[in-house]
Design a protein around this ligand. Sequence first.
Ligand SMILES: Cc1cc2nc3c(=O)[nH]c(=O)nc-3n(C[C@H](O)[C@H](O)[C@H](O)COP(=O)(O)OP(=O)(O)OC[C@H]3O[C@@H](n4cnc5c(N)ncnc54)[C@H](O)[C@@H]3O)c2cc1C
Length: 438
Amino acid sequence: MATAQESPEYDAIVIGGGPAGSATALGLARAGKKVVVFERRTFPRFHIGESMLPYTAGILDQLGLLELFGPDDYPTKWGAEFCSAEGMFRRVDFTAQGGGRREAAFQCERALFDEVLLREPARPARDRRGRRVLGVIIENDRTVGVEVRLGEETKQVRARFVMDASGRAGIISNQTFKQREPNTRLQLVAYFKHYTDVDEANNPGVEGDIQVGNHPDGWLWAIPIHKGVLSVGAVTPAANLRGRNPEDVYEEHVSRVGRINQRLAGASATAGVRGESDYCYYTNTVVGNGWFLVGDSGCFIDPVFSAGVYLGVVSGTKAAEAVVQILDGADETATAQQYENFYKTGYDCYTRLIYAFYESNFNFMAYVRSLGQQAVNIEGRWISRLLSGDFWSELNPVGAHLRAERRYDTFAPFPFVYGCPVYPEQDAREKQEMLANA
Ligand SMILES: Cc1cc2nc3c(=O)[nH]c(=O)nc-3n(C[C@H](O)[C@H](O)[C@H](O)COP(=O)(O)OP(=O)(O)OC[C@H]3O[C@@H](n4cnc5c(N)ncnc54)[C@H](O)[C@@H]3O)c2cc1C
């Protein structure tokens, strides 16, 4: 039963307590704003997305949170191995980034990571878990709050802004305004399991690295989420699965890439196969009257380069900054628009990277070589940096080439907002140096 309408209680309501929602709540709470998080699940809860980027570690460090994710519970990740069914492999080394960037990332069990991220920083915000948002309240074309399910009761809660961090559910973009577009280039499904009793002696690569293994019908990931525990996933076009048993397809695909499969000798799966589908989508409209989208609620493209949590935390942090500015008197339309263009600049760069990877048959270096003479001066550090999360820098020549590829355009044209959110000073200094040497 709906209760009587209430007057605005909050500066902002955050829908969803994943990484994007936690970062949003943190930014608002630290600025002294009154914020509440509504999360439908009781944490800790399973979530896929277990490999972090060096720039994810960088943004967590900037937020003063990195020490929560120490190596005892979160294996250190120094690089990424790209291997194939034919036994070939190549490693991207994050220590090659240069320029004072953080050289390592970490792997995580998301149930643990998300719980810590929500619990620690959002403590000053009022964090109410186990509360499902049913929809938003719109009055005079403005979003003024949400309807939330509290046990048997439905209650209206009002705020100046509603921050949608509901991930794939997409309360505002997907369910309310139907603005979400499927990414028709990537219609993929992912199946995965966790394995225990994994013997590191069977790892042919570098301890802690993610492995990405390709084969003719898709690719696999292998991510060590704890000592002796490996997450192994299989990604394949949805069309490959029609009429087939997912467990059989998963097992057969995992058996194809020897460098990953050999790690499972003597290991046991903790449960049957789990799956995710329909996760490749985007939207051109990231802000509206009284609302902002952060993280996956707006876009998600593909997990192959492990950027989802990074994009969620960065966009949550920036959206919180924008709302704080507006609440403190900045022009709402201009500030929100700037955020939208910032959001799309990062997701656009990541999308292009993914397209180049798939188009060059899982060999990103083949894409770089396809640039011919233009690629001659591209140093390895730019590739390492891009794969580490360097999505907002104007300087990165690989990013610049990707942005020039008209066939990779996804969003409707928009003005890019450059400037690395993680290393703004290094980015600005390098720009000065490049201009001085030009
Ligand atoms: C197969 C696969 C593999 C991936 N691998 C990686 C990886 O290795 N590394 C990486 O960084 N990313 C990876 N990702 C992406 C990553 O998981 C997401 O990008 C990331 O979780 C986004 O964070 P978020 O906070 O936006 O959304 P989520 O983490 O999904 O959080 C959204 C939250 O909103 C809550 N919610 C939803 N609806 C409601 C409602 N009505 N009311 C209240 N709460 C609600 C949900 O319960 C959830 O807790 C992967 C994704 C897929 C599909």
